[in-house]
Design a protein around this ligand. Structure first.
Ligand SMILES: [Zn+2]
Length: 64
């Protein structure tokens, strides 16, 4: 299942990033067994400075 949560501060404006998190559950357990961050968003920076945002994501995470 996918959830959204706040993550580490944005490298540009220090607002907590919105993380899209994919939770993997095993058949035997109701608890998530693994998590994978599928995307990171900062609505402010993506709107006001998309080029800097793209660069920051590429530098910081390599997955812009
Ligand atoms: Zn930001």
């Amino acid at each position: 299942m996918k959830i959204t949560r706040y993550g580490e501060p944005c490298p540009l404006c220090r607002t907590p990033l919105l993380l899209g998190v994919l939770q993997v559950r095993s058949a035997q357990s109701d608890f998530p067994t693994a998590e994978r961050v599928t995307r990171r968003r900062c609505p402010g920076c993506q709107t006001t400075r998309p080029e800097q945002w793209t660069e920051a994501m590429r530098d910081g995470y390599g997955d812009a």
